[in-house]
Design a protein around this ligand. Sequence first.
Ligand SMILES: Cc1cc2nc3c(=O)[nH]c(=O)nc-3n(C[C@H](O)[C@H](O)[C@H](O)COP(=O)(O)OP(=O)(O)OC[C@H]3O[C@@H](n4cnc5c(N)ncnc54)[C@H](O)[C@@H]3O)c2cc1C
Length: 446
Amino acid sequence: MKYDYDLFTIGGGSGGVRASRVSATMGARVAIAESDRFGGTCVNVGCIPKKLFSYAAHFREDFEVARSFGWTTGEPRFDWPTLLANKNREIARLNGIYEKLLRDAGVAIHRGRATVRDAHTVEIDGKAFTAQHILVATGSWPQVPAIVGREHAITSNEAFFLERLPQRALLVGGGYIAVEFASIFNGLGIETTLAYRGTHLLRGFDADLGSHLGEEMARKGVRVRLQANPIRVHADRSVDFADGTSSRYDLVMFATGRKPNTASLGLEGAGVALAEDGAVVVDAYSRTSAGSIWAIGDVTNRVNLTPVATAEGMWLARTLFGNQPTPVDHENVATAVFSDPNVSTVGLSEEVARERFGAIDVYKASFRALKHTLGERQDRTFMKLVVDGSSQRVVGAHMVGPDAGEIMQGIAVAVKLGATKAQFDATIGIHPTAAEEFVTMRNKAA
Ligand SMILES: Cc1cc2nc3c(=O)[nH]c(=O)nc-3n(C[C@H](O)[C@H](O)[C@H](O)COP(=O)(O)OP(=O)(O)OC[C@H]3O[C@@H](n4cnc5c(N)ncnc54)[C@H](O)[C@@H]3O)c2cc1C
């Protein structure tokens, strides 16, 4: 055998584990290196613990709403150490499952930080391993702006392990991680401010989603400050803003974007081209400019989501070892933001659809959910369909409201299949649900 392995994967996160496991089951001799815990960002400091925290935060509202349905619940009390310990136990279980899946598939496991020595050689702790193909799946890392006192702030990495909860927290950022943590902190009873330098939240999503979410979050008690730019964090966690204001917090968290993990990996030396932001440049098959080196997941900065990284991993296994070259398909990837309320979306925003198709039809609905009609809460659910004017295909579906992520998965199948507005209309709704609104929207908003 010319090489030690057919495939050597660097990084045991969502993409790397899936690519390695599937390649091994196709008969390839596979090794994987992981410098931290198996499961990567999603399992350890991303999707899974975030969603668990988000469940915890939502109970506060549930206790309140329960009263209007006749329940007496007493004064609810929340114990952070209990949540933290239960979360850590579940994550440790998942770490074990990921490792077992790899071992059961026959993947050789190497612990430690790997670097690329040349187009066919990986090095870990001074030991070299050769492989016909090398896969870079090293993910991404939080980015904090270079402002004075940034060392007094945390990122999402640390937010999952706080020893105690603060009384007053500042979240800096307007993307999905910022709004999710602002909702978590607010739900857990922390006085929460969300400061974002832009004019509306969730840049890159349909603009109505960010506006509606901002209003609903404010209604639920988050102090949403737009066009607010922190310029200095002091040791006592007072924060100076560009407009001359200053406020004190117990915790400052930056959720201001992430950067691909490519620093000091040895990639450029092996002939791998990197983009300006450090992302590995790949073609439609996830191949880098060094023919034997491939890259998937966040490190390529394409669509940075777990199911996308795992899909890229499976497509790559097919390409390399399944005799079935498969280009990546990033069209109509549905996604959810687990803020309170949830946001979910599939397909094109109104802005992008208008640019692409010119003539479009837009349908919108905003209503008070049935669950809140017995109480005082004024929360409003928002839904929107974007339709290509000439083909009448639904090219975008968007929602802000409870269970938006659960609802959007089914809508995503229809959008992926190219369903028309008439086909949505011909679908009989499930009553009484919020979801039925997606098949009963009749009045054009634009
Ligand atoms: C707070 C937060 C919430 C998120 N929520 C969601 C969500 O709800 N839904 C969703 O779909 N996505 C979510 N994401 C995004 C998701 O976590 C990522 O898209 C996904 O983890 C990317 O997978 P990956 O395989 O590319 O990288 P990762 O999962 O980050 O895995 C990379 C792995 O490589 C290892 N590594 C790095 N360098 C080396 C090296 N030199 N040698 C050996 N090992 C190395 C790392 O330790 C890590 O384990 C969230 C992310 C964050 C930060």
